[in-house]
Design a protein. Structure first.
Length: 304
């Protein structure tokens, strides 16, 4: 019996380890951060956070709705649920008091999210010109231009960009193939290959810039910087190009790729093949953004 108990405890530990490995470290960190906020709320009001119950969680969501977006409420609820599962507790997130409360909050505050603006190809060209004209040393110029052009052309997340190694890059006659080992939408680590063709104009060609950068940069990591620095570099050059840096972020390269290619007629399937999106919902948002003026009902009138 003692051996059986020891075996069960060992299996419990291994199961918890598997649950942790099923999510990326950053995701786990975000769950814990969200749950800590819930703990603070419960502690302040003398409520039980673990295990909790639907009524307490619903009160917390109402509290959050006073200063947070609807998407934040949904994320916090998911985090509370995940942390309960990790600890072996069941939380009924489909309980009417939670579901109906969320519906009421949704109608009251709405669900529209003001996302960061995409960097379209014309914006990219302007940024490249600004970098060329800047007084920064040539090494950093080449790094930043390569980062921006590759990030845009491959529809990369910033975490994917900074994880690229020399072994992941293969130059071919048509352009370059970059192997993405793992991404947010590929937690199992199957990987995917992004194929970027050479551009007609060398000045804006991601393949040409990447090749030259890899000759200059001897590091095994193609872009040996943090993902936060990717966002800072983008904001810096966006500001220099005369754009509002507060409206742009690291994701602007990825969304810019999707929006620009949709504007030029690329279909959902081809956009998703490059970005790695698993759901069409987000891609359709980019296409809708691209179509705002392209297929505008006023076009025939405005051209008169």
């Amino acid at each position: 019996m003692k051996d059986l108990t020891t075996e069960i405890k060992k299996l419990e530990i291994e199961t918890l380890d598997n649950l942790k490995l099923s999510k990326a470290k950053n995701t786990i960190r975000a769950y814990k951060s969200d749950f800590n906020d819930f703990v603070l709320f419960c502690t302040k009001h003398g409520l039980k956070s673990m295990p909790s119950d639907p009524k307490i969680v619903s009160l917390y969501l109402t509290h959050l709705s006073k200063q947070s977006k609807y998407s934040t409420l949904k994320r916090r609820l998911a985090s509370i649920n995940v942390m309960h599962r990790y600890k072996g507790h069941y939380l009924d997130t489909k309980h009417p008091i939670i579901v109906e409360n969320l519906l009421g909050i949704k109608r009251q505050i709405g669900v529209h999210q003001k996302a960061k603006k995409p960097l379209l190809f014309n914006d990219i060209k302007q940024i490249i010109k600004v970098i060329n004209d800047s007084k920064v040393n040539e090494f950093k110029k080449l790094r930043d231009k390569s980062l921006i052009l590759v990030g845009f052309s491959g529809g990369f997340r910033r975490s994917e960009l900074v994880a690229i190694t020399r072994d992941d890059v293969e130059f071919v006659n048509e352009g370059v193939k970059i192997f993405v080992k793992k991404s947010k939408s590929d937690q199992s680590g199957e990987g995917m290959i992004k194929a970027i063709p050479s551009f007609k104009y060398v000045e804006y060609c991601p393949v040409n810039h990447l090749k030259n950068w890899m000759i200059e940069n001897k590091n095994d990591l193609v872009f040996p910087i943090s993902d936060k620095n990717v966002a800072l570099i983008i904001k810096k050059h966006v500001l220099s190009a005369g754009l509002d840096e507060k409206k742009y972020a690291g994701h602007s390269l990825r969304s810019g790729f999707a929006t620009t290619t949709a504007e030029y007629g690329a279909d959902e399937r081809n956009i998703m093949a490059m970005t790695g999106h698993k759901s069409v919902d987000m891609v359709r948002r980019y296409i809708k953004e691209a179509d705002l003026f392209k297929n505008n009902a006023l076009n025939k009138i405005s051209n008169k």
